[in-house]
Design a protein around this ligand. Structure first.
Ligand SMILES: [Ca+2]
Length: 394
């Protein structure tokens, strides 16, 4: 995912017709349903045998999983019953392996991505200003780019990342690991209020997912709402909707009767955007059918921030019960830049680009960079319910 900080550098050093600076390009990454029984775990057959060959009875190393919904369902959320599921895939990049079993206690999850209307309510209540709306300082980039002096003064203005439809087609090099920097641009004045730049508005888009929110902005919203960001394991578990090892949140097909089941990119990326699903950018939430858990847009529409730091090898060491991610991050494509996990893909995803809409696909973003195709949704643990309910009375 392009980052605000690096795109500033690219803007400074890329001359017309040139490709990315070699100093930035490192080694390519090798890297509705209610449970049939509220006592049954995900992906187990009628005998209790799980997909990884173990049984429910093996879950004896800790307190019983929280499976049954302990309180009334908060408005706009759905209960994700606890259980066991296989996480990861052998069909994607190396960071999706190894496939491993995780056990999660139940939680509530927003049924949709946080919308512009919801985010506006937060901003009006708190006066919060997002990263994209603030004036960046040159010193903000010390340690993150080799030489902050190359950043142009005119780029040190409130801005965020958008697609550049006028990218230089003659010099596009998809064999470079960071080639997306060639088709993304820092747009001055772009923010959650102006998703496609200062001339755009969300006036008629209250039910679209909010975008141009950095991870830090999403966390601030969650704290205000009395909720939190999902862990990466919670996100994938919820995405799978209790369906074992399917490609997408509802099964293995992207279309039904010729109709698209999600908002993604049709056509060759980034040259041709056919928009045959009807949405060039974001779609209103609930434009497509939910997954078996009752969650909308768990594939496509906008990427969603997760709580975890990103590391490509984390699955080799992930604890089984309620994993929360590594203690710090590492992205081999951009070493030195901290990255948080993003999931679910967006309207910019296509089969020849990122396949981000697969349940198992992992993405990462620098926590203070928002983009025009990334938003978030929240979760709530039973342990936090009382505090949430108190806040909800506001
Ligand atoms: Ca679309």
């Amino acid at each position: 995912m392009p980052t605000h900080r690096l795109i500033l550098l690219v803007a400074a050093i890329v001359t017309s017709g040139a490709i990315l600076a070699s100093s930035m390009v490192t080694a390519p990454q090798v890297v509705s349903r209610t449970p049939q029984s509220e006592t049954s775990a995900v992906e187990q057959d009628s005998t209790g045998k799980l997909a990884d060959g173990t049984t429910v009875a093996d879950q004896s190393d800790a307190a019983p999983l929280v499976i049954k919904e302990p309180n009334s369902t908060p408005v706009g959320m759905v209960w994700i019953f606890g259980g066991r599921s296989l996480m990861g895939s052998k069909d994607g990049k190396a960071d999706e392996e190894p496939i491993h079993a995780v056990e999660l206690d139940g939680y509530w999850m927003d049924s949709t991505e946080v919308t512009n209307a919801e985010f506006e309510k937060f901003v009006k209540a708190t006066g919060y200003v997002t990263v994209a709306e603030k004036q960046p300082k040159r010193e903000d980039f010390v340690g993150l780019v080799p030489d902050v002096s190359v950043i142009k003064d005119e780029d040190l203005v409130p801005s965020s990342i958008c697609f550049n439809p006028n990218f230089d087609r003659a010099t596009l090099r998809k064999d470079y690991p960071n080639w997306p920097y060639q088709v993304w641009m820092l747009k001055h004045g772009a923010s959650w209020r102006h998703p496609n730049g200062p001339d755009s508005s969300i006036e008629n888009m209250p039910d679209h997912p909010v975008v141009h929110v950095a991870w830090t902005d999403a966390v601030a919203y969650c704290e205000w709402a009395g909720k939190r960001l999902p862990t990466e394991a919670e996100w994938e578990y919820a995405s799978r909707g209790s369906l074992a090892q399917q490609d997408y949140p509802w099964g293995n097909r992207l279309q039904k009767n010729g109709n698209w089941l999600l908002n993604v990119w049709q056509g060759k990326f980034p040259e041709a955007h056919e928009v045959s699903d009807g949405f060039e950018f974001t779609a209103p939430v609930k434009s497509y059918s939910p997954n078996p858990f009752g969650l909308y847009d768990m594939a496509g529409n906008v990427w969603e921030w997760c709580a975890d730091w990103y590391q490509p090898t984390y699955y080799s060491e992930s604890p089984r019960r309620n994993p929360v991610g590594p203690e710090d991050s590492f992205d081999p494509n951009e070493p030195g830049l901290p990255k948080r996990v993003q999931r679910g893909g967006s309207f910019m995803c296509s089969p020849d680009y990122c396949l981000g809409y697969r349940c198992a696909t992992r993405m990462k973003g620098e926590p203070t960079s928002g983009t025009f195709h990334c938003g978030f949704r929240c979760v709530l643990s039973p342990a936090d319910y009382a505090a949430f309910a108190k806040k909800a009375e506001r």
